[in-house]
Design a protein. Structure first.
Length: 443
């Protein structure tokens, strides 16, 4: 049947290739070719099936061959046993049993040694883990104290920084106010300097006006004009005092005194105006020089008083300007001091935050180590609670290599039960047994 299939396979392969090549070949008569190919496939003879009787005969012949081979092997073994005079398998079995007992004792010694070694390692691991836990706890306590101290320092630095920022804002506001005040002072100083210049110009004009009056024919008209000029001068001086008193609350007493004095002089001049109207020419000529001296003297006194008042006011403004400028310089130094303090606080905060980040990473790594230790401890407990895979693998391998009988195993169990008990009935600790020291090497 296989040969028929193998013979049919090469025939089918070229036909399939022909079909694929024909299907890939584009032409107008593809449908006619496909119909011809299908017709040929239907008309092709099918291979004949192999009968089951032939297969059963092949199988029976193979079984007969294996049975004959087994029979010849058994006859050869029986012949060697008869020729040698002893049973070779029995001798091998006896030596195997003795060697198995010795190997089992050695294996038990090795298991006890491994158990003692594992117990010692477990105790050392427990002590090391306890020591590591204690060190980790102390390290965490130190880190906690350090973090508390650092948080306190950060809090103090932030409060200190906020205080400096508030002071800096207050100083900046004061600086702006001082600048505005300085501008106002400079403006007022310039205004008073202009007033002083105008006062000088006005007094110069008054002197020129007094010198130009030499027409004595019209005495009464001259007196009226002179009295009106004096009243105008007094009005000008009163208005000047009013302007000076607007931004000068410190010298109100002197300004009030001068205002009252100038107002009294103005009222007297108004009364003298009525007296001039009723005065004779001779009397007016007699009073002209006397009143002129009095007017000049009063005008000179008013000029000196107003000049002194304006100069004092200008000096006061200059003093305030100097104080304001000095205060601004002091504020600049204070501002620089606050800025340096804020920068140092920022630097300390950066250092503390970086230290906090480092401590956080250290705490995270210590927590990971602790978790690993806990997992290791749990794994060790689980391994202690169940038998190790290595020992079980060894025991299974040993039992597969050396299949002990039930009697030898029972004797070994009885000997293991008797060895830990002493004469006084107390259970002793595990120790390496003193039997099975011989090393067995057999093939």
């Amino acid at each position: 049947m296989k040969s028929a299939k193998l013979q049919a396979a090469p025939c089918q392969a070229p036909r399939a290739e022909q079909i694929n090549s024909k299907s890939r070949r584009p032409s107008s008569g593809t449908t006619i070719q496909w119909s011809r190919i299908k017709r040929r496939e239907k008309n092709r003879p099918k291979p004949k099936p192999i009968p089951t009787e032939l297969l059963e005969g092949v199988r029976s012949r193979l079984n007969d061959i294996e049975e004959a081979k087994r029979r010849v092997d058994l006859e050869a073994r029986l012949y060697t046993k008869w020729r040698m005079g002893y049973d070779r398998d029995a001798v091998i079995l006896d030596s195997k049993n003795s060697n198995q007992a010795m190997a089992k004792l050695n294996w038990l010694d090795r298991q006890v040694e491994l158990q003692l070694q594992n117990e010692k390692e477990r105790k050392e691991n427990q002590e090391r883990e306890i020591r590591l836990h204690e060190e980790a706890r102390r390290h965490e306590e130190l880190l906690l104290e350090k973090s508390k101290l650092r948080e306190q320092q950060i809090k103090e630095l932030r409060v200190h920084q906020e205080v400096h920022v508030k002071e800096l804002k207050a100083r900046e506001q004061e600086m702006n106010e001082l600048k505005m005040y300085e501008m106002r002072l400079r403006t007022k100083k310039e205004e008073f300097e202009k007033e002083l210049d105008q006062l000088r110009v006005y007094n110069d004009r008054r002197r020129d006006r007094i010198v130009a009056m030499h027409n004595l024919r019209r005495i009464k008209m001259l007196l009226r004009e002179r009295s009106e000029a004096v009243r105008n001068d007094l009005k000008h001086d009163l208005q000047l005092l009013k302007r000076i008193a607007i931004d000068n609350p410190e010298s109100n007493e002197s300004i009030d005194y001068l205002r009252k004095k100038f107002q009294l002089q103005y009222d007297l001049e108004v009364e003298q105006q009525t007296a001039i109207e009723t005065m004779y020419e001779s009397e007016a000529k007699h009073n002209l020089s006397k009143w002129e001296d009095k007017w000049n003297e009063e005008a000179l006194i008013r000029e000196q008083q107003l000049r002194c008042l304006l100069e004092d006011r200008i000096i006061d403004f200059e003093t305030k300007l100097m104080d304001t400028i000095q205060r601004q310089r002091d504020l600049i130094e204070v501002r620089e001091t606050h800025i340096k303090a804020i920068e140092s606080a920022n630097q300390q905060l950066k250092e503390l935050m970086s230290e906090k980040a480092r401590d956080t990473t250290v705490v995270g790594s210590s927590n990971q180590i602790r978790e690993l230790l806990v997992q290791k401890d749990n794994g060790a407990k689980l391994s202690d609670s169940r038998p190790s895979t290595q020992n079980s693998h060894r025991s299974s391998t040993f039992s597969s290599i050396f299949p002990f009988d039930d009697l030898s195993v029972r004797d070994l169990k009885l000997s293991e039960r008797k060895t830990p008990d002493d004469g006084d009935g107390s259970t002793g600790t595990l120790s390496v047994p003193k039997f099975g020291r011989k090393k067995v090497a057999w093939c």
